[in-house]
Each structure stands twice: as C-alpha cells, then as structure tokens.
Ligand binder design. Sequence first.
Ligand SMILES: CC(=O)N[C@H]1[C@@H](OP(=O)(O)OP(=O)(O)OC[C@H]2O[C@@H](n3ccc(=O)[nH]c3=O)[C@H](O)[C@@H]2O)O[C@H](CO)[C@@H](O)[C@@H]1O[C@H](C)C(=O)N[C@@H](C)C(=O)N[C@H](CCC(=O)O)C(=O)O
Ligand SMILES: Nc1ncnc2c1ncn2[C@@H]1O[C@H](COP(=O)(O)OP(=O)(O)OP(=O)(O)O)[C@@H](O)[C@H]1O
Ligand SMILES: N[C@H](CCC[C@H](N)C(=O)O)C(=O)O
Ligand SMILES: [Mg+2]
Length: 486
Amino acid sequence: MQLNDLLKRIPVLEIHGDDSREVSELVFDSRKVTENSLYIAMRGTVVDGHSFIASSVEKGATAIVCEEFPENLNENATYIKVKDSSKILGHLASNFYGNPSEKLKLIGVTGTNGKTSVSTLLFDIFKNLGYDSALLSTVEIRIGEKIIPATHTTPDVITINKILAQAVEEGCEFAFMEVSSHGIAQNRIEGLHFKIAGFTNLTHDHLDYHKTFDEYLKTKKRFFDQLEDSAIAITNVDDKNGNVMLQNTKATKRSYALKTMADFHGKLLEVDFNGMLLNFNGKEFWTTLTGKFNVYNLLLVFGIASELGFESDEILQAISKLKRVSGRFETFKSDGGIFFIVDYAHTPDALENILDSINDIRTKNERLITVFGCGGDRDHSKRPEMGNIATKKSTLAIITSDNPRTEDPATIIKEIEAGVEPQNFSKYTSIPDRKEAIKMAIKFAEPKDIVLVAGKGHETYQEINGVKHHFDDKETINELWKLMSK
Ligand SMILES: CC(=O)N[C@H]1[C@@H](OP(=O)(O)OP(=O)(O)OC[C@H]2O[C@@H](n3ccc(=O)[nH]c3=O)[C@H](O)[C@@H]2O)O[C@H](CO)[C@@H](O)[C@@H]1O[C@H](C)C(=O)N[C@@H](C)C(=O)N[C@H](CCC(=O)O)C(=O)O
Ligand SMILES: Nc1ncnc2c1ncn2[C@@H]1O[C@H](COP(=O)(O)OP(=O)(O)OP(=O)(O)O)[C@@H](O)[C@H]1O
Ligand SMILES: N[C@H](CCC[C@H](N)C(=O)O)C(=O)O
Ligand SMILES: [Mg+2]
C-alpha cells in the first residue's frame, strides 16, 4: 500500500521524506522488520521502541512512525511524527487491512472472569446456527474451521486486523473477541468498530499492572466510553460495577441479570454436575453447562445473539446443544468413582465461584479436595485471598505451583499460606511440584470424593524461568489415575 493512502485520516504532526513509497508491512518490533516495511516506535513497559529506529532502517524499513525524530535522519526512509504512536498504530492497521472490523459484526467481551467462556460459546452457537465466524480468545484464535495458536488474550492491533481481514475474506459474518484490561490500556483495540460490547463482572485481578482497583475499573470502562452510537453495550447489572461501565457510553444500553430487573432476565431452576435447567425471558431450557456463573455467561450469550437479530427459540435451541468450554468446569469420573473437575479459576472470585458452585451441588457426604496455586510475576495480593477461600470452602486444600514464571515457587506458596485463617490450618498441605500435588489428592480421595484441580484449565504447559514445560492438568490426572489404580 502507498504511504500517503495509509496515512489517510491519520493526524500527522510532521513528515520528513517521500510520502509516496510503497509499504509492504507494518511492524512494531524491530526484530521483525522486513524490506520496505513501516516500523512504529512505541514506548513500552521495558524499553523505548525509539531506540530501535536506526537498526530498523538498516534492516530495510523505509517508513518510520515515531513521537520524536531521531537526530540522524536516513535518506532511504520517510519519518512521520505523531503525538501517540501506540494510538496511531490501531488506525494504521485498520487502513492497511482495509478496515475489516467494519465489514463484519465485531463483538467484544470484557470483564475479570468469563471472557473466554462467553466468546467461545458465542462462536460455537453461531456455528450451530449455520454461520462461520472468527474467535480471538486466550485459548486459541479461530477463523471458521482454521485454528491458530493464541499468545495473548487480546493480541496486538496489527494481528487483530490481520485476523479480521482473513475472516472477511473467508466469508465470516461475525467475530467474537476477548477484550482484556491490558489490551485496552495498551491501545490494542484502537480503531476497531465494535457492533456489540459485553461486560461480565469486575473483581480483583491484575493489580500488579493497574496498581489500584479504581484504575482497573477505569481501564475497563474506557472500552465502553469508546463505542460509537451505532453500537450496543450489554452489561451485567447484578455486578455492582455493571452500570458504571455504561455511564458515559454513546452506545444503546442493554442489561442482563438474575437478581434484578433487566432486558435479559435469567433464572436457575435446577442444577447438578450434568447440567442446569434454566429460564431466560420466560422460556425454559436445559444446558449441559453447569455452575451459577455459567448462567451469567449464557445469559450474556443470549443477550448478544438476541441483539444480533436472532429469535429466542433458535438461540435457546443452539444453547442447549453447546458443549463445555475447554478447561472451564470440565468434569470426569474415574472408574474408581472419584469425580474430577478441571477449571481455569485463577482469581479469588473465580475460585470462590467454582467452589460455591461445587458446594451447592454436592451432597456433603463426600469430600472436596482442591489442588491450586498462583501464577508467578502476577498480582501478589490475589495469593492470600485464594489461600483463605480454598481452605475455607474445601475439605482439604493442596497448595501447589501454577506457572511460577521467574519467581521461587516456595515464596509464592508462602504468600498463599499467609491468607489461611487459624481455624483452617489443619485443612491444607503444600506440595510445590504440581504433579506430586495431584498425586497426593488422588491418594487421599475415596470413591465419590471430588477433586478440583484449579488455575490452569486448558493450558498445556507450566512456565518456569522463561521455559514452557509440557504440563496438562487433565492429562496428568488421567495418567496418574491409571498408574495408581493398578
Ligand atoms: C506488560 C505487557 O502487557 N507487555 C506487552 C507490551 O510489551 P512492552 O510494553 O513490555 O514492550 P517493551 O518490551 O517495553 O518494548 C517496547 C516496544 O519496543 C519494541 N522493541 C523491543 C525490543 C526490540 O529489540 N525491538 C523493538 O522494536 C517492542 O516491540 C515494543 O513495541 O506490548 C507487547 C506488544 O503488544 C506485548 O506482547 C506485551 O505483552 C506481554 C508479552 C505480556 O505478557 N502481556 C500480558 C500481561 C498480557 O497482555 N495479558 C493480557 C491478558 C490478561 C488477562 O488475563 O486478563 C492479554 O491480553 O493477553
Ligand atoms: N461469569 C463468571 N463469573 C465468575 N467467574 C467465572 C465466570 N465465568 C467463568 N468464571 C470462572 O473464571 C475462570 C476463567 O474463565 P474464563 O476463561 O472464561 O475467563 P477470562 O475472563 O477469559 O479469563 P482471562 O482473563 O484469563 O482471559 C473459569 O474457569 C471459572 O472458574
Ligand atoms: N491471562 C492470565 C492467565 C493466568 C493463568 C494462570 N494459570 C497463571 O499463570 O497465573 C494472566 O496471564 O495473568
Ligand atoms: Mg480469557
């Protein structure tokens, strides 16, 4: 694409050099610069991309977008000065890929918990309804049947536009994506046209990054503040921050709730480990998903599909065919009668919800053994809270490692243990090796007991000091069970 076409409607402060060059590609990482590409220099959390301008030109970049011109300008490149490169990147990416978010219906889901569940369920439902769509989630990226591994919950804005452009080309009419708070804060959704934005809930997470809960809340709210008036915003009004999200939005406002009046109202009629009987806006149906938090997720799915113009009956029919999302309240029974649950709960709220859901369903004649840990290099204040919740709500908690990343697993475990209340001291043990911890749970469990392995859900690795070692909770349980039941 020609540079001056790419710069259409972009607020440029100053330009130095020929603006009619052909741009082959957009890149924000100097290590990925190719011949005739445009390098965007951005100030990051670790380094300043401006320090890689010269090396990018040497590698073949012929256009540079930056906030400050370097001292020495190279004749082989055109330099474009802008106020905020991180914000401009989104608009450049939209222009470069032909504004794909305007050519399909883009639906974004934000909130602390439930983003992957809701977006994946939407993708699955629309498949059931006969539509191909795109999915951008923590677990994977999908374009119709094609699966691409995911590296982020919300990828960078170049990747998003690239995926959406492919989706348009392949005839997808919808795209469902998770909108993380990091994504909003780092302008990864800048320039995208959302048709619908959904809010799940807001609880404690990522305070290592956002510092205060108020900052975290304001970041999430920015997503709704940025919507156009042609968009629709759907919020959970049972959450105390549900209405806050919509305070300054231009979008049409819609609500969903179980406890209060709302446009989309749901009731949980019956629940067990096999599924739930629900009533949405007066219509009863059965689903194989379980747990109260999934009623909220399904209600948001129902709300979004309704706003997209589908009839209640066809949506509920498609919902009743849905399968569980990988690593989210996944259950299986061993032949010895132990009941295993694998769930991605990695925040205090998620852990509390999954434990409450299990406790609501179980008869209490069996024991509930919870194996969990907390990720390294992430919000430390989650740790004691999760220690308290797990020990309070289980018969026995086995504290172990999640992804230690660059931290010492023993230190993380100590921070979790610090939250255990004295009356629960006898209800936990700590085993840093996750496989050994799961082994201990199986050893301790008797037929009918429930073993919850929480925190890693679909993940197939354990990250230790920058290396991702293969580790899969479901696979480990099956493997150990086979060995130990011999
Ligand atoms: C803390 C954080 O979010 N960091 C993200 C951020 O990187 P950064 O600001 O640290 O970048 P940096 O290393 O300082 O570099 C600054 C700039 O210089 C460039 N650079 C750097 C080095 C070099 O040699 N050449 C070069 O050009 C970089 O490409 C960058 O543009 O921008 C990068 C590009 O978009 C992201 O890949 C990176 O995500 C890191 C890997 C990450 O782990 N992020 C996690 C925390 C995250 O985003 N998680 C959320 C989900 C959270 C949830 O569960 O809700 C997500 O959406 O995935
Ligand atoms: N609506 C909900 N309310 C509360 N907890 C939920 C909800 N939905 C899911 N959970 C819990 O949170 C865990 C993570 O769910 P999910 O992966 O859908 O969330 P997410 O928002 O995508 O998380 P991430 O920020 O890691 O991408 C689930 O395994 C479950 O324990
Ligand atoms: N997207 C989340 C996932 C956390 C998953 C958990 N297993 C952990 O490693 O903490 C994060 O990066 O904070
Ligand atoms: Mg997710």
